[in-house]
Design a protein around this ligand. Structure first.
Ligand SMILES: N[C@@H](CCC(=O)N[C@@H](CS)C(=O)NCC(=O)O)C(=O)O
Length: 214
């Protein structure tokens, strides 16, 4: 059985949600960020030299990186749900989104986080990150024009992975200029499996702006 090492208010929520969408059995080990440094605790650092969440254990092995974890879960444990058929053009696009969600799509958010942490808000560095972030959100908005989900009518693991980008963007400022993104994110955060993932994983402050009132 998969064991998910879950850090509160982190990308690990996306893996918890994926497991809930698939209805797979799993064990949950929960950890809390340090309230001052926001880093994960020593227990999670002891599991793997990278020391970041999410991490899963499956068949006695630790697997890191959310994109690789999502692919592992989909390949090994699914029955064709939440990913297009292997070898299809849609599968290629799906894989692209899984990577985009942690690389080009995520980089400007990380730059903004560092700008805040290092007192660089309002500097050229920060403005460059704003421009990059606007480019990411514009791209997502255009891709979601006329589509319910990133791949069209079908909800996939790509929606889960990529939704973390606008969710974090919302913690930095409004995203009303990207109505397709906001509509998509709001619908995703109302999915029963997402709400179950929050009930199981503990308070998830990142999503509170777009979660249905309970
Ligand atoms: N690219 C990695 C990012 C992992 C990552 O940075 N995790 C953060 C939470 S979103 C973390 O564990 N932060 C706490 C720490 O670094 O101690 C992935 O997609 O899994």
């Amino acid at each position: 059985m998969i064991k998910l090492h879950h850090l509160n208010d982190s990308r690990s929520q996306m893996i918890l949600w994926l497991l809930e969408e698939l209805g797979l059995p799993y064990e949950l080990a929960s950890y809390k960020r340090d309230p001052v440094t926001l880093m994960g605790p020593a227990e999670i650092k002891a599991l793997h030299p990278v020391g970041k969440s999410p991490m899963i254990e499956d068949d006695g092995r630790i697997i890191i990186e959310s994109g690789a974890i999502a692919e592992h879960i989909l390949r090994k444990h699914e029955d064709g749900r939440l990913a297009p058929p292997e070898g299809s053009v849609e599968a290629e696009r799906h894989l692209q989104w899984l990577y985009y969600g942690v690389s080009s799509g995520m980089n400007p958010i990380m730059l903004k986080v560092y700008a805040r942490a290092l007192g660089l808000v309002g500097t050229d560095f920060d403005r460059a990150a704003d421009a990059e972030l606007a480019q990411v959100l514009s791209y997502l908005d255009a891709e979601l024009e006329g589509r319910e989900f990133l791949l069209g009518d079908q909800f996939t693991a790509a929606d889960i992975q990529v939704s973390f980008i606008p969710e974090l963007a919302l913690t930095l400022g409004p995203i009303d200029a990207y109505p397709n993104v906001l509509r998509w994110l709001t619908a995703l955060r109302a999915r029963p499996a997402f709400l179950r993932s929050v009930a199981k994983g503990g308070r998830y402050t990142f999503a509170e702006a777009v979660m249905p009132a309970s």
